[in-house]
Design a protein around this ligand. Structure first.
Ligand code: ADP
Ligand code: MG
Length: 254
């Protein structure tokens, strides 16, 4: 069993008088695909904001590679190797896919330059862009203007941008949101590819995807961890079914 790369211990957060995260504790093993699931409003996105530094917990510890990052600035957390994707698109719509990736790589690596410079001038940057394009399966769209991409391809690019700095751990909040069945199917190999050599934590509402790719599943209900374990154990856990109002998690989101 590999060591934990991220662990939460007694993490609490309130908005006004509302206790949103109520003492959440769980840990993520290095190299695994870890799915965070739970009914709407359970606090999944809020937990990601806490881990990535957008919000600071009222109390508790968030340890990433042995260091307590609770309340640390997002920029510091990113530099330590923890990256997240954004729901709202962060790509420049009038630039190409490759140019967007090049900007993200330069931002993450501190390389100065301009995307107008040729690959000869910035070989390391463009080599990394090539590798990212292959990984996310968008090589054929390298020179396409982002505004002209389909929605699902923009979502995939967003994941590529989050991988630009080669983070040790990446958080993805509902990467298949708003996608058709067929688009979701295209996303599965992308998720597997970007998880190779790093740890992936994703909030995912599509239970078929969760049970197919996750090594561990954590179920969050009302800001508390109900259970955390291998997919088979979660699938058959009566408490999990109860949490989804008596439905199976598969049925809960249609
Ligand atoms: N900025 C905020 N101010 C007040 N309440 C919030 C805020 N953000 C989220 N909440 C509340 O926190 C709870 C958890 O939200 P969220 O983390 O988005 O849930 P999930 O991602 O699991 O659907 C919800 O009840 C939501 O209404
Ligand atoms: Mg959410």
């Amino acid at each position: 069993m590999s060591a934990s790369i991220l662990s939460l211990e007694g993490v609490r957060l309130s908005f006004g008088h509302a206790d949103i995260i109520r003492g959440a504790s769980f840990s993520i093993r290095e190299g695994e695909i870890h799915a965070l699931i739970g009914p709407n409003g359970a606090g999944k996105s809020t937990l990601f904001h806490l881990i990535s530094g957008r919000l600071a917990p009222v109390s508790g510890h968030i340890r990433f590679r042995g260091r307590d990052i609770a309340g640390a600035r997002p920029s510091l957390i990113a530099r330590l190797g923890l990256s997240r994707s954004f729901q709202q698109t962060s790509a420049f719509p009038s630039l190409t896919v490759a140019e967007n990736l090049a900007i993200a790589v330069m931002g993450a690596t501190g390389e100065r330059g301009s995307i107008l410079r040729t690959s000869a001038a910035m070989p390391a940057v463009w080599a990394r862009v090539e590798a990212l394009l292959g990984k996310i399966g968008l090589a054929r769209f390298a020179d396409r203007i982002v505004a002209n991409l389909a929605y699902s391809e923009q979502r995939i690019l967003e994941i590529g941008l989050a991988c630009a700095g080669d983070p040790a751990l990446i958080l993805l909040d509902e990467p298949t949101a708003g996608m058709s069945r067929a688009e979701t199917e295209e996303m599965v190999p992308v998720l597997r590819a970007i998880a190779r050599g790093r740890t992936l934590v994703l909030v995912e509402h599509d239970m078929e995807v969760v049970f197919r790719i996750a090594d561990t599943v954590t179920v969050l209900v009302h800001g508390e961890v109900l259970v955390s374990g291998p997919p088979e154990a979660i699938r058959s856990d009566p408490r999990v079914r109860q949490a989804y109002l008596g439905q199976s998690p598969e049925a809960a989101h249609g």
